[in-house]
Each structure stands twice: as structure tokens, then as C-alpha cells.
Design a protein around this ligand. Structure first.
Ligand SMILES: [Zn+2]
Length: 364
């Protein structure tokens, strides 16, 4: 039921956007006049506001993008193409609702939503007890209604205040990699083989589906991609959690590589390159930083240059220190260690210096 009402509202949005005279270089119509037009066309107040906000928001974003030069220089082909035609809205695009248009009855685990046909609900929603507790304590602001693979999802925003960061007693260094997704400076490896196997299997399957190229193959392809990214996100969450728990237990902070330039820096054979790109590589670093923040664990991002070639005992840097993917053997002092752990130890050491640099100005 929500489905049809909801889609009707968006058909309105598309219709109105197409027939309106504004150019994409202005921010679009003022919300109030647009509201009036929609009401005249038969939409009730709340959905009309909702539609107007979404449309003007889309134009504001486009204008900002054009001004920031994200769509090329003035007069460029790409820019002219976007400037020349109105924004189109997908039927399934995520729809933001504020608390006036969507109300949560958390205790009853239901929501009420404004639709074209008026208020709809209460509608039951499903979530885990843990998520429910989080919603009760921290839900604020807008919720997004999303339709995916025929199912409806509501994305709630939870505004969780940061706990003040604890002064770390040393740092746990984390090296993010390919064979092992993560290795810490204590020598623990996190979950490489099993996840890589799943990825490779999926890659082969995707190649097959791509070759078929029919509509249903494409649909299946999209579904597989989502499933894989859920799997990646889930794995990353679990790895991040065990790293943060370990740092918290031992009173340490976490040192991570600043991953800004990872794709330029890492040179790999082709099969590994595919793995690196498809794996949500940055995601793991983001999850660790995010979960650490929630647990009041200090996080420092360090310069990743030469962490894999430098000796974590004597500091000697040489390409020859690392004869292959997994071995580190210092040519100067003879120190030998798993290459990833040696890198993690370097990262941990840089974390200590990095932390001193950021915390000093605060102390003064
Ligand atoms: Zn050495």
C-alpha cells in the first residue's frame, strides 16, 4: 500500500520538475510557491512539502556541484549535458522523511508515514533488540525510506555523542592488506583466506552473468553485488570490532595508515589488483576509526610511506628487506618477522609520535 502511494508522489515530482521553467543554474523554485502548485494539483500538505523539499534539494546539490567544478569547466560537454535538462527522479530512489512526515512509535515497533492518500500506519518494522535500544536512546532527525530488491527499508539517523577520548598507554598498529585484511602489531591476522575465496567465486560468477547479458542476468548481477557488499561490510564490522576491543582491553590507542594514496602506492600482480579494488578497502579503516571513537579509544592516522620496507627494530629502510609478500628480513640488523606484522609495528611507532604531535597543543 505504501508502495503505490509513494510512487504516485514521485510521479508528481517528475511531472512537475519536467514542466517547470527554472534553469538548473538557479536553485529551483522557492519551496512555498512550489508547494502551492502541488496542492493545486491535488497533493495534500505534508506530501507536497516533502516533494518540494526533495526537488529543491536535488537542484541545490546540482548547483553546488556545478559551482565546485565537479561537472567540468563551463561549456564542457558533460556540463552542458547536465545543465540542459531537468533532473530525473528514479521511482525507487531513497526518500527522506522528517518527523512530521514519518513518526516512530518505538515501544510498539511501528511507524506512521504520510502518503499521498494521507497518514498510513501504524506499520510494523523489524530490527534486533540491540538496534531497538540504539533507536530508543539516540534516534534524531530524518529517516530514509528505501526500496531494495522488492523489500522496504527505513534508515534511521542515530546521533550518538562522542565519549571523551582516553589517554592511550601505547598504540596498537594496524596494517591493512590483501592476503590478510588486517594485521596488528601484536601479530594477530584478521580473516583473509575465507573472505577472499568468496570474492573470487563471486567474481567468476559475475563474469559469467555479464557474458549472458540478458535483463534477468543483469538483475541477478545487481543482487549479487549487493549481497557481496553486505558480506564485505559485515566482515569489516567484525574485524573492526575485535581490533577495537583489543585496544580497549589493553588501554592502547589505534594507529592506522592514512589510506589516501593506497591505489597509487600499492603495485600488484593483476589478480590481486582485482581483489584490492573490489574489496571495500577503505571501509575497514573507516569502521575501525568509527568504532574506536564510540569506545573512546584514541585513533591516529599515520603516513604509510615505507612501512613495509623499513625495519621496526633498527629503522633500516631497503627494498631488499622484503624479499616476498609475507617475509621481512632486515639486511642491516638481521631482524626477521612476518612482513605484515613488521609493517604494523612501524605503524604503531608512528602512532606514538603522531599522538604526541596532536595532543601537545591541547596540553599547552
Ligand atoms: Zn633492522
Amino acid at each position: 500500500m505504501i508502495c503505490s502511494c509513494h510512487q504516485t508522489a514521485w510521479t508528481w515530482a517528475v511531472t512537475v520538475a519536467r514542466s517547470s521553467p527554472w534553469s538548473s543554474t538557479s536553485i529551483g523554485p522557492t519551496t512555498s510557491s512550489f508547494d502551492g502548485t502541488l496542492k493545486d494539483m491535488g497533493l495534500s500538505a505534508q506530501p507536497a512539502i516533502h516533494v518540494a523539499r526533495k526537488v529543491s534539494g536535488a537542484y541545490a546539490t546540482l548547483t553546488a556541484n556545478i559551482q565546485a567544478g565537479n561537472l567540468g569547466k563551463p561549456g564542457s560537454k558533460r556540463r552542458q549535458a547536465t545543465e540542459g535538462k531537468p533532473i530525473r527522479f528514479r521511482r525507487d530512489a531513497a526518500q527522506p522523511f522528517d518527523d512530521r512526515c514519518l513518526s516512530w512509535q518505538l515501544a510498539a515497533r511501528t511507524v506512521s508515514i504520510w502518503t499521498v492518500a494521507g497518514r498510513s500506519g501504524p506499520i510494523r518494522f523489524g530490527c534486533s533488540d540491540q538496534q531497538h535500544a540504539l533507536l530508543l536512546a539516540h534516534r534524531r532527525g530524518e529517516s530514509d525510506l528505501v526500496r531494495r530488491d522488492g523489500k522496504w527499508f527505513l534508515y534511521a539517523t542515530c546521533d550518538i555523542p562522542d565519549a571523551p577520548t582516553k589517554e592511550p598507554d601505547g598504540f596498537l598498529g594496524v596494517d591493512l592488506g590483501i592476503a590478510n585484511l588486517a594485521t596488528d602489531s601484536d601479530g594477530r591476522h584478521y580473516c583473509g583466506k575465507a573472505t577472499n575465496r568468496v570474492r573470487h567465486r563471486n567474481q567468476r560468477l559475475r563474469a559469467k552473468l555479464q557474458a549472458i547479458g540478458t535483463k534477468s542476468a543483469k538483475r541477478l548481477l545487481k543482487k549479487r553485488r549487493r549481497k557481496e557488499s553486505r558480506f564485505a561490510a559485515d566482515t569489516n564490522h567484525r574485524i573492526a570490532k575485535s581490533i577495537v576491543t583489543e585496544a580497549e582491553r589493553t588501554g592502547r590507542g589505534i594507529a592506522l595508515e592514512d589510506l589516501g594514496g593506497i591505489r597509487d602506492r600499492v603495485r600488484l600482480r593483476r589478480p590481486q589488483r582485482v581483489t584490492l579494488h573490489s574489496w571495500a578497502f577503505h571501509q575497514l579503516g573507516q569502521y575501525i576509526a568509527y568504532q574506536a571513537k564510540r569506545s573512546a579509544v584514541a585513533v591516529v592516522h599515520v603516513d604509510p610511506a615505507y612501512t613495509s620496507q623499513g625495519c621496526s627494530t633498527c629503522g633500516h629502510v631497503a627494498k631488499a628487506n622484503r624479499p616476498n609478500q609475507s617475509t621481512f628480513h632486515c639486511r642491516s640488523c638481521g631482524f626477521a618477522e612476518h612482513a605484515d606484522r613488521n609493517a604494523a609495528r612501524n605503524i604503531a611507532a608512528r602512532g606514538v609520535t603522531g599522538w604526541a604531535a596532536v595532543s601537545l597543543p591541547n596540553a599547552a
